[in-house]
Design a protein around this ligand. Sequence first.
Ligand SMILES: Cc1ncc(COP(=O)(O)O)c(C=O)c1O
Length: 382
Amino acid sequence: MSLHDRLEEIPASGIRRLFELASKYRDVISLGIGEPDCDTPEHIKDYAKEALDRGLTHYTPNNGLKELRDAISDKLKKENSFFADPEKEIIVTTGGNQAFLLIWASFLREGDEVLIPSPHFVTYSATVRLAGGVPVEVPLKMENGFRLTTDDLQRHLTDRTRAIVLNSPNNPTGAVLTEGEVRAAVEFAEEHCLRVVSDEVYEKLVYDGIRHVSPASVASEPGMVITVGSLSKTYAMTGWRIGYSAGPEELIARMVKFQMYLSACPTSFAQYAAARALSDPKSCAAIERMRSEYARRRELIYRRLLEMPGFRVVKPSGAFYIFPFVGNDISLSEKLLVEARVATVPGSTFGAAGRGHLRLAYTAPVERISEAMDRIEDVLNR
Ligand SMILES: Cc1ncc(COP(=O)(O)O)c(C=O)c1O
C-alpha cells in the first residue's frame, strides 16, 4: 500500500478538531489541549537569545548538536540510570512526536504488529500504520487503575508482534507504572524478542513521592529499548519542538537517515538552549515549581470530579491529565463546550478503550479549573 493510501486511512487528530471548534466560542476554559499554561523559564529563553546573538543559526548535524546529545547522555545516566552513547545511540528530533514515525520506520516491516496499551496517545497508532505496521490495542480498565499486566500483553501476542509501547506517566490516564510493572513488561518483551518503545515525555511530572522508572534501566538485553524524551512538557517548551530518542546504534542510524530527508535537523538555536537547559540547576527549581503547581491542581480537579453526578474517577499519579468515566463521551464533550464553555477531549479519541471517558488537562490556573468545575456541575444538574 502506498504512503498516500495509508495517510488517507488515518483519521485527523480529534484533539485538533476540538481545538478548532473551541475557537468558535468566547470565554472557553480549555482543559482540552495537553500543553503547559506556564511560559518557558526565563533562563532557557536567555540561552536561545544568546545562541541567536552568537550566530548559531545554521544547520546542525542530522542527529542533532553534539552539545545537546552530550547533555542528553549525561541526563540519561544521572536521572534515568542507563547509558546511551551520544555519538551513536542518541538522536535529537523535532519534538518527541516526530520520533515515533522514525522509530517504526527503523525496524517494522509491512504487517508487523505493535502492542499499544490503550487508551493511548494518538500518535502511536497513526505512525505505526503510516510505517506499514498494524497497531494492536491492549485495552486497560479504569477499575484496575489502568494498570498493564503481562496477561493483557499475552492475550494480544501473535507471531507478528514486534514491539510494545510503554507510556508512563500516561497520556490520557495519568497512570504511572511501578518498578515491578516496568520490570514485568520488559521481561515479557525479552522473552518474546520484542522491542520496547518507551515514551517518557512526562517523566518529571509524578506525584505522591512516586519514582519514574525507565525501562532501559532494567533491561538485560542492551538495545531492545528505544526511549523517547522531550523538553515540551516538563520544561514548558512545547513550541520549541525539541525531543530525542535513545536506542541501539543500527536503529538510530536509520532514524538519522530518515530525519535527513524530513527536516534535516531540529531548529539550531532551540537545540542550543535545550543543551544548556538540561545541564543548568536553575531548570530543576523551575520544573519543581511547575510540578508542585500541577499537584495542587490535581487535588482540586480530582475532588471536584468525584462529586459530579454520574462520573467515576481514579486519581492520576502523573502527567497533567485526569480521565473520568462519564457515559457518552462525544455528546457530553460537545455539550460541555456549547453549554458550559469548557473544552475537554472525548476519551474515544484515545482508542476504543477510552470510550465513555473524558480527558481533562489541568493545565489552567486553579481559579479557572474551579470555575470550569462549577460550570460543568451546573450543566450536569440542569
Ligand atoms: C504521551 C506523549 N508523547 C509524546 C508527545 C509529543 O510531545 P512533543 O512532540 O511536544 O515532544 C506528547 C504530546 O502531547 C504526548 O502526550
